[in-house]
Structure formats: C-alpha cells, structure tokens
Design a protein around this ligand. Structure first.
Ligand code: NI
Ligand code: MN
Length: 227
C-alpha cells in the first residue's frame, strides 16, 4: 500500500509500487528533511503550480532521475523546453500513467514562476495509485467545490491540505475543508516553513477532531502508511 512521506512545506513523496514526488521544495527550505540529492530513482514529479516553493528542485531531480514531470500545460512546456520529460495536463483533465492516475483540479491561488513566467492556473492534484486515492489541494483558499472533487474523485484515503494562512487557507477554513472533503485521513501542510505561515498544527488537529474529521500531523521526515 502506498506510504506518504512528508518532506516539509507542500512536498510529499508517495512510495508504493512506484515512487512519486509532489512539489519538491527542498533546497532553500529550512524545514526540509532531505535535499534533492536524496532522490536517485523516481518515476514522476507532480507539480501543483508555478510558485518557487512548489516547483523547487524539480529540474535538478528530474535531470538526475529521469522522472516524468506532470503539471499544467504551461509548466510542463517550460520543462520540456529544457529537454526534460514532461506531460501536460490541465484543470479537470486526467490521465492514466504507468505509475497511477493523475487529475488536476481547481485551486484558488496564483502560479507565476520565479522569473515572472506565466505558469498558467494553479491546481490541486488527485492521485490514484496502488488502489488508494489521494488529494493534494495545492495552495488554495477553501472552496465549496471541494465537495464535488471528493464526490467525483473520492472517497479519498488521504487529503493533504494547506493550513498556514497568509498565502492559503488558515486553520479554521481548513477545518471546513475537511468537512467538505471527508477523507479517511487529513494531513496538514504549508505551515511552519516561514514566519508568515507559523501556525500550530495541533490546533488544526483539535478543531478538525471536534468536527468529526480525522487528522494526522507529521513532522518533516514523518510518514503515513495508508491503511
Ligand atoms: Ni503558492
Ligand atoms: Mn506555496
């Protein structure tokens, strides 16, 4: 069964029959537990949007491993132009890859690249792999269509949700998101990396539990084996 490994911020490794990485912001991330050199073999890198704290080390890791970059059309084209293997998707579109099924969903946020590149629309990521269903919300505020995303693509075994406020939904809005999504487990991300997003994940845990929703808080380097 797939295991989710939290590498800090919004970076998650999915280990199962295949090895995937989502939003690999490792270099320059004071909270990351590993660096880009940690990854020698990797099947794919999934990117939610173009901000530097999400694209991160994607180029270096893809070059070292040959991993396929999967992202929106604008980001995928950017990496394909650099000679890397990349597959474009866009909002609402899905594809069955050898390593799993990936669909991009809406997220309410920005996506401009670190050098001002127009990196299209931000996205959330639905991943079906190893018989399990995972939703990485990307960077976003809460929105009612999270209910629809769960109805169409769930039930989710795990939902990875930003809680850090300032750039994304904060704790109270993220608790509402857990009610919309109703995953078997919700795991917080995008908190604690910088002063602007320094919130207490245990507060999220307590408030979500009071709303009847399951939460597991991981430290960078921690893992959650999807049961
Ligand atoms: Ni962002
Ligand atoms: Mn971010």
């Amino acid at each position: 069964m797939p295991t989710l490994i939290f590498h800090g911020h919004a970076c998650w490794e999915v280990q199962g029959e295949h090895r995937l990485l989502i939003d690999p912001f490792l270099s320059g991330n004071p909270a990351a537990d590993v660096g880009p050199e940690h990854f020698r073999t990797l099947d794919a890198i999934l990117l939610s949007h173009g901000h530097v704290d999400h694209i991160g080390d994607a180029e270096q890791i893809a070059r070292a491993t040959g991993a396929l970059i999967v992202a929106n059309y604008e980001i995928a084209s950017h990496f394909a132009d650099k000679g890397l293997a990349a597959h474009p998707l866009h909002i609402g579109g899905a594809r069955q890859f050898p390593f799993g099924y990936v669909k991009l969903t809406i997220a309410h946020h920005g996506s401009t690249g670190p050098n001002g590149e127009a990196f299209g629309s931000p996205a959330g990521i639905v991943l079906h792999a190893g018989g399990k269903r995972v939703y990485h919300a990307g960077d976003t505020g809460v929105f009612l269509d999270m209910q629809l995303i769960a109805e169409l693509n769930g039930p989710f075994d795990a939902a990875l949700l930003p809680i850090g406020d300032n750039f994304t939904m904060g704790i109270d809005d993220a608790v509402k998101a857990t009610e919309f999504i109703g995953a078997r487990m919700h795991l917080p991300m995008h908190f604690g990396t910088f002063e602007q997003i320094a919130v207490d994940p245990q507060e999220f845990h307590r408030k979500a539990a009071a709303a009847g929703q399951a939460v597991t808080v991981l430290e960078p380097g921690g893992s959650y084996a999807i049961p």
